[in-house]
Every structure is written in structure tokens, then in C-alpha cells.
Ligand binder design. Structure first.
Ligand code: ZN
Length: 162
């Protein structure tokens, strides 16, 4: 399992619902948490490791590891927040993105149990970022054309150095 990076067309796919939550899902989730740990990320969507299904994981600091399967964002706050985002699929790039400050999410956990969570702060931000991945959207899509171009130029330079 490896993290797909910008330019890989799979990242642009809209993910399909996950039909069965079974042992195979458990194995995938364990591998995804391992990658998150290794790469010091705070969230990872299945599509980023080449599995275009609707689920993602989060782990922020000492917060619990969380699993969101077939999630829906059912409410967003009118209040907005500005926050610097990065992405394991765009290593080395960071951009200021404005999004709703708080979200309410319904999803299933790794055992298939439905839950609802009201998220604020970094968790809210990571959920919205990961949810975007399920729709084939990357954080750079939410920047102005000019800022996006600047970042991608920088990304091209970073990549060529390797
Ligand atoms: Zn990302």
C-alpha cells in the first residue's frame, strides 16, 4: 500500500459507497493507520491509497483514532475558519483554506455501527478535507487560480529535485 500523489487520476475519481464492512476492511484500516503514523499525517482517505471507496480515517495528536465509513456531512456552521492545510498526496505543499468552522457528520465506524459527531477545530477541518477526497477534490482546488498555479509550480520544482 502506498499513497498516491497529485497527477494520479484515481485521486480525481468520486469514491463509491463501501458495501461490506468486514475483515478485509479491518485489514485495510490497520494498514492505513500505519501509513498515517509513518507519514505523520492527521487524515487519510481510502482513495489516496488507490481504493475509491467512501471511507477515511483521522488521528489528531492524542485524539482517538477515528474511522468514518460512508460519511455524510449533514450540517455546516455559518461561521467560517481559515486554516493552513497540507495533504499526503501533495507532499511539501501548504495552503490557507477557508471552510465552515464546525460540521455535523453521520457515518459508520469500523464495526458498522452508525454514529453522529459534531466536530470543531482541527477535527472539523480534517473531516472536511478528507470528505473532499471522496468527491475527487483536492485542497488546491479551493484556492484561487493564481495561488494554485504558484503552489503547483513549487510542487513541480520539489518533485524534480527528487
Ligand atoms: Zn488530503
Amino acid at each position: 500500500m502506498r499513497v498516491l500523489t497529485f497527477g494520479n487520476e484515481t485521486l480525481r475519481q468520486k469514491s463509491a459507497p463501501l458495501e461490506n464492512i468486514d475483515g478485509e476492511t479491518g485489514t485495510l484500516l490497520a494498514e492505513m493507520f500505519e501509513i498515517l503514523e509513518q507519514q505523520k499525517g492527521v487524515g487519510l482517505a481510502a482513495v489516496q491509497v488507490g481504493i475509491p471507496r467512501r471511507f477515511f480515517i483521522t488521528r489528531i495528536g492524542n485524539d482517538l483514532p477515528r474511522v468514518f465509513i460512508n460519511p455524510y456531512i449533514t450540517e455546516t456552521s455559518e461561521e467560517l475558519a481559515d486554516y493552513e492545510e497540507g495533504c499526503l498526496s501533495l507532499p511539501g505543499l501548504w495552503g490557507q483554506i477557508i471552510r465552515p468552522k464546525m460540521v455535523r457528520v453521520q457515518a459508520r465506524n469500523e464495526r458498522g455501527k452508525p454514529f453522529t459527531i459534531d466536530a470543531d477545530g482541527i477535527l472539523s477541518r480534517v473531516i472536511q478535507h478528507e470528505y473532499d477526497h471522496l468527491e475527487g477534490t483536492l485542497f488546491i482546488d479551493r484556492l484561487s487560480a493564481l495561488k494554485r498555479e504558484r503552489l503547483l509550480n513549487k510542487y513541480g520544482k520539489l518533485k524534480n529535485k527528487k
